[in-house]
Design a binder for this molecule. Structure first.
Ligand SMILES: NC(=O)c1ccc[n+]([C@@H]2O[C@H](COP(=O)([O-])OP(=O)(O)OC[C@H]3O[C@@H](n4cnc5c(N)ncnc54)[C@H](O)[C@@H]3O)[C@@H](O)[C@H]2O)c1
Ligand SMILES: O=C(O)[C@H](O)COP(=O)(O)O
Length: 530
């Protein structure tokens, strides 16, 4: 598989991909057309904020399965188009948190003590101690907009400087504010009371243009404004005006509405109460190694068809949930495979029942794995964790989840029921030793087989020589039997044979097998996932 790296990314991640057998091309500074011209040959794309993955790029990306963002912000990627095409988008939400936090702290210090300006003055041969008098942080109030990963860490660090921390974030609970020692306020109060205002929200519909001329006017005279989040959250032209008028005493800006910020659009040129950096928040050696290794791992998982904990266009899964459900993905997908082969007519409903430890956890992603396994064998398009639920919906297949407290024969088991106009089939699966996928029941038959490769499922009357006749026909056709298991239906006395064969069975052989007296049904299933 081929992966394109289109931005400056640490070689640690690139090496990891190559060590794992992926072919990696590094092509930097491609514009939209450049990307469109080459993206068709790649299965994966790894970017940073300088690459804009637009709708047109995604249209041209006919083989693309995953976009990996070596960083947090995914506003440079057209998520809607990627999701519609079933392309997984993964990011690295935590690896550059500290780097961005520390850069914010450095920016706060820089505008408080005029460090860059004093440095430049001294380098120019001046010894000027008066112009660069600063202020103290102690007892000042810092208003944090967006108290997430970075915002909360800024709070902790600024509390160490003995600042009062107040915050606005409508999406985190009061308890979290209390836990962080940040006073929860509304936005207007934050504007009114803060000596420093720092932004740490993602760029969303709601935060685009969050701080403009009107909001700046509500801020305290002499306020200092810091933005290390996303450029479009703040109107830098309104800010520049407020800096000129003196209403805002200082500003430190790392991110801009248009990047790169060129001279012709830079409103801060010649101003001495501003510190600007070219989007350096994540630029530490440690963070860059972290994001590149994390993104490489996420991309590899996605290319293997596995769900990725850091995918941004799938339901998010907290790590504690992920650890419980992760071992089951393979089993679930294989059960989906079995379900579609067992269905005797178009599927109308798929019901998944969880018992044991799974009944107490978030199982949506596991149900998605069943859908992926059930839909992939019958559709031309590739069905994955991103688009499986949507594809099921467009095919009018209802999805039902049951978390059952009543344990059956097995402590932790999953039952998949597939319903059609003709009836229902049920498959029960477990993880043997916590890792090995096993099917333990099909409809009323108790069985015990591993769902992989070609499987012949044969319900039959319990009478002598059934195994003999089937093995003879398969043997004569040079079809190798790799395993066989006979399960019994307790009520009727009928049996089921689950035969693992090495290859596909040609139609004429299937016809011969079906003609054996006593065979009730016969299904050749190809358990093939990813
Ligand atoms: N400059 C850089 O190099 C750099 C580096 C890393 C991250 N970032 C950016 O920093 C920002 C924060 O990253 P993070 O990892 O802390 O993200 P996060 O998701 O952990 O935190 C964002 C917080 O913003 C809050 N929020 C969302 N909408 C809001 C609104 N309308 N008003 C107030 N709060 C709102 C969320 O509830 C959340 O708590 C992102 O934009 C990210 O892209 C920049
Ligand atoms: O969102 C991010 O992770 C930061 O803004 C860093 O962006 P970068 O990877 O382009 O430096």
């Amino acid at each position: 598989m081929k992966i394109l790296v289109s931005d400056d990314v640490s070689m640690k991640g690139v090496d990891l991909l190559r060590e794992n057998g992926y072919e990696v091309d590094v092509k930097k500074n491609l514009d939209e057309q450049g990307l469109i011209d080459c993206i068709g040959e790649y299965d994966g794309l790894i970017t940073r904020s300088m690459t804009h993955v637009t709708e047109k790029v995604i249209e041209a990306a006919t083989k693309l399965k995953v976009i990996g963002r070596a960083g947090v912000g995914v506003d440079s990627i057209d998520l809607k188009s990627a999701t519609a095409r079933g392309i997984v988008v993964v990011n690295t939400p935590t690896s550059n948190t500290l780097a961005a936090t520390e850069h914010t702290c450095a920016m706060i210090m820089a505008i408080t003590r005029h460090i860059p300006q004093a440095h430049n003055s001294l380098m120019a041969g001046n010894w000027d101690r008066k112009t660069f008098t600063g202020i103290q942080l102690q007892n000042k109030t810092i208003g944090i907009i967006g108290v997430g990963r970075i915002g909360s860490r800024i709070a902790k660090r600024m509390q160490a400087m003995e600042m009062k921390t107040i915050g606005y974030d409508p999406y985190i609970p009061e308890e979290r504010f209390k836990q962080l020692g940040v006073e929860q306020v509304d936005l207007d109060t934050l504007f009114k009371r803060s000596d420093y205002i720092t932004m740490h929200t993602p760029l969303t519909k709601e935060t685009r243009g969050l701080i403009g001329k009107e909001e700046i006017a509500k801020m305290k005279d002499g306020v200092r404004v810091i933005n290390v989040s996303r450029g479009a959250v703040l109107d830098i032209y309104a800010l520049a005006e407020a800096l000129k008028s003196g209403h805002v005493a200082g500003a430190a800006i790392d991110v801009f509405p248009t990047e790169p910020l060129t001279k012709d659009i830079n409103p801060f040129l010649g101003m001495d109460n501003v510190v600007i950096t070219p989007h350096l928040g994540a630029s530490t050696v440690e963070a860059q190694i972290g994001v590149s290794v994390d993104v490489a791992e996420g991309v590899m998982e996605a290319l293997k068809g596995e769900p990725v904990a850091t995918a941004v266009n799938m339901a998010p899964v907290p790590p504690n949930v992920y650890n419980v459900i992760h071992p089951y993905f393979d089993l679930m997908e294989r059960m989906g495979n079995l379900a579609v082969y067992l269905a005797d007519a178009p599927m109308k409903e798929i019901e998944v029942e969880y018992t044991g430890e799974l009944a107490d956890t978030e199982t949506r992603l596991l149900t998605t794995a069943v859908l992926k396994g059930a839909l992939n064998p019958i559709l031309q398009e590739s069905v994955n964790y991103v688009n499986a639920a949507e594809v099921a919906k467009t095919r009018h297949i209802a999805i039902k989840e049951i978390n059952s407290q009543s344990n059956g024969y097995f402590v932790n088991s999953v039952t998949v029921r597939v319903r059609t106009n003709k009836g229902e089939h049920a498959i029960v699966g477990v993880l043997f030793n916590g890792t090995e996928a096993k099917i333990v029941q099909i409809d009323e038959y108790r069985v015990d087989f591993t769902p992989e490769g070609y499987l012949l499922l044969v319900p039959h009357v319990d009478q002598p020589n059934m195994i003999g006749q089937i093995s003879t026909i398969l043997g004569q056709a040079h079809i190798n039997i790799m395993g066989m298991q006979v399960g019994r239906m307790t009520k009727s006395g009928n049996n089921i044979m689950a035969i693992a064969v090495q290859d596909d069975i040609p139609n004429d052989i299937m016809v011969k097998l079906r003609s054996i007296n006593g065979i009730l049904d016969m299904k050749l299933i190809h358990c093939d996932i990813h």
